[in-house]
Design a protein around this ligand. Sequence first.
Ligand code: GAP
Length: 508
Amino acid sequence: MTAKASSDGLMEEIVGLCKRRGFIFPSSEIYGGYNGFYDYGPLGVELRNNIKQAWWRDMVLRRDDIEGLDSTIIMHPDIWKASGHVDGFSDPMVDCRESKLRYRADQLFFAPVIVAGETIGYVSVVECPEQQEIAEKAAADIKRKAAKQGTLEPIVLKDYTESKPEEYDLVPSPATGKPGSLTAPREFKLMFETKVGPLADESAVAYLRPETAQGIFANYKNIVDTGRVKIPFGIAQIGKAFRNEITPRNFIFRSREFEQMEIEYFISPSADWKTLHREWIDTCIDWLVSIGLPREDISEDIHPEDKLAFYSRATTDLMFQFPHGEQELWGVACRGDYDLMQHQKHSGKSMTIFDEASKEKFVPHVIEPSLGVDRTLLAVLTAAYTQDEVPNDKGVAEKRLVLKFSPKIAPVKAAIFPLLKNKAELVERAQALYKKLQRRWNVFYDASGAIGRRYRRQDEIGTPFGITIDFDTIEKDGTVTLRDRDTCEQRRVTEDELIQFLEEQIDG
Ligand code: GAP
């Protein structure tokens, strides 16, 4: 029997496992942590690197039409003026003057409580899967306390960006439950500022990049001029991004320092962008499935035309079933020529390209698949986290916790066990195999405890293969036992068969 934890508890269980087994720690934990920042421990950094390497390999190395880039985190501040981030990259926020808590206005929901046609109060609730239920219960309480007779009208929640000035003093703060302490929604800038150089005045202000994409646009001309690219082609970049999120939450889902894997795919203005967009969406879905996400947990959220930014032709977000609900994982946007045109205007440098095939000169349009490394890692952990029952050493069914990572991204690829730790021949042979495999993959050697316990420790960190060296190995045919993490099936293989199998599973 296989089961996920209930979705309520799943996030807590994942956070607990990540801390216990050294995947992810709260940043600055010895000082009480730092909201919105996380550190990756020994297993976390391996998983993270494997996700990035798989993406780079599939999107850059195995494609002829995509080049790589690594641009700086701090760039000329004019880039952020041209891109529109300095003026427009903000979220509406609302403060509770009493509790000093700050909410994103679009994540704070409220509704009037109307009984027999009369508004007798307001309810408010912070966005969550149970928000309707919570609001209805609060409304029923208000009605009871007011001893008001009559029918309670349905509670219709709106987010706080839709509040009217006359409602600011009536909506209760979710923190105190009392009205009168919420401010009007105000725009809150999301870019982190810093100062570059010895001057401390306004001219020294620079920004930590909130996306890697602008580094690609800023280098587009360099790559066109120095590479052998021809339309259509892409530029890919993996790197840190920083956003002063008002409400970082849901573990690493929304943090203030995170990493992105972005591609700008440059196409002719006359290209069939709808087909290319569709192809990119499919490529992205296939990639997510290739690293182990179940296809049925991925869906598409097509942004309605009237909600698109003025420069955008279409955006589809790939959504994933995270423990806290279905949320955006990967945005695939058609941004037209907006960014390159803006940089052409602000820098005075031409962004046109000559297309040999059509003999035309133009500023290309772009399709932008933009994915967060940390969000992918959370999706991978969510999909992998499994509780099932397997027989122990004595054949008795036992509960186990197992991370069913794809071998491609599993932090540890295989664990090597000598059957007994006090038999020199077994230990020697196991050590030799361990050293050999270690030259190619991240493998683990464990000689302590009953073999079943050793398997279980590896199951919990998602090691797909267990390799045991026993007496048959040293006395008979040299074969080893290969155990599959998910089925727990064991079979004997020669060393050559083992290596070929690992190659197919890990590098394939
Ligand atoms: N260049 C386009 C861009 O940055 P975005 O939708 O703001 O678009 C793209 O971000 C992806 O980056 C998201 O789909 C998500 O995976 C990731 N991301 C964005 N903000 C994040 C945050 N605060 N924490 C973690 N990941 C984030």
